[in-house]
Design a protein around this ligand. Sequence first.
Ligand SMILES: Cc1ncc(COP(=O)(O)O)c(C=O)c1O
Length: 401
Amino acid sequence: MNDATFAAAAPEFPSTADVLARAAAHAPGLWSPDVVFVRGEGARLFDADGRRYLDGMAGIAVASVGHGNARLADAIAAQARRLIVCPQNLGNDVRTAFVDKLFEHLPAPLSRVFLANSGAEVNEAALKWSRVATGRRRVVAAKRGFAGRTLGALAMTWEVKYREPFEPLSVPVDFVRYDDLDELDAAVGDDTAMIWLEPVQGEGGVHPASAAYLRRARELADERGALLAFDEIQCGVGRTGRFLASEHAGVVPDLVTLAKGLAGGVPIGALAMTDAVAAAMPAGGHGTTFGGNPLAAAAGLAVLEEIEARDLMAHAERMGRRFREGIEALGSPRVREVRGLGLMLGVELKEKAAPVIAALRDEGLLLINAGASVIRFVPPLVIGEDEVDEALAAFGRVLRR
Ligand SMILES: Cc1ncc(COP(=O)(O)O)c(C=O)c1O
């Protein structure tokens, strides 16, 4: 740690120990935080002791346009003063502006959208729409996939420790090896409602699918009367250098789910689908109280405008390449592979990731794992060249130890 790593202490905030002790008294027992963040600026975070960090995780691919983004903050503040509540059975100007802007970035024939509040929620919605549109029950999903923690999404989630304690789960899922064309071919049958895939698996270790795999999934769905659903909750909204990661393969699904970065941190989820899929749901067949609320819509619109104004997709592609090449140039024998697309990258180690992540945090770089041995790099899309270089320098120092 050097002096530049630390900003002046921030006396206006309560102490780390105080916040953590009070938080522990009411926490559900799922986590044990040891740091308290109080402020962010671009790709920087500041803790309660005034220490400055480079944010390489963005709340797990959420803070797409950076922390404290002026356009986003102003849009939220202005909308909060104007109108926060307006359910989707009533029209709203900003919701419509957001949806119009969203479809400027989504490929045809995707033309309809259901708005909700989280990733799991829109994957649940995709399940319901796929069943009602096909009259079928089953889902084909990939091993290592992650769809969320609610019971339907959990059924499509591979990790046994997330799933098993909550079984039986009501959705029958056939799991296949990711990126294996033959297994996919063998699994899609008469009762497959949808093939559900992440074009780049996130939680499962940052694995991009081959273009051939996604194309074959499209063909199989068409040949066998199933729907193709892509979960772009983590890889979508420009993170890979294209609005949808599946654009790299030129494959358009029947349903696509977005969340995380879509409103820059304000809770949101979106299920986009074709006319034919949308039309299958009877009026009133699905819904949510908060979905499409004007506050989240204003945030989503501001995020999309910011991505356009700053050309953040091209920037993500450049910064991702810089980081990847930088890690490769370190030539560390402790690194097995660097993979991913744009600013969705995984550094796979030949050892456990957790101690290396802890050492990197001591160097002022905040990261998260993706499985036992993969360090995930999913920073705000606004991360600058100097900041990428700073992250690389931290990796260099830690990996040389
Ligand atoms: C690919 C993917 N799908 C779904 C989800 C679930 O989203 P949420 O946590 O908003 O429910 C996640 C969250 O990490 C994800 O990465």
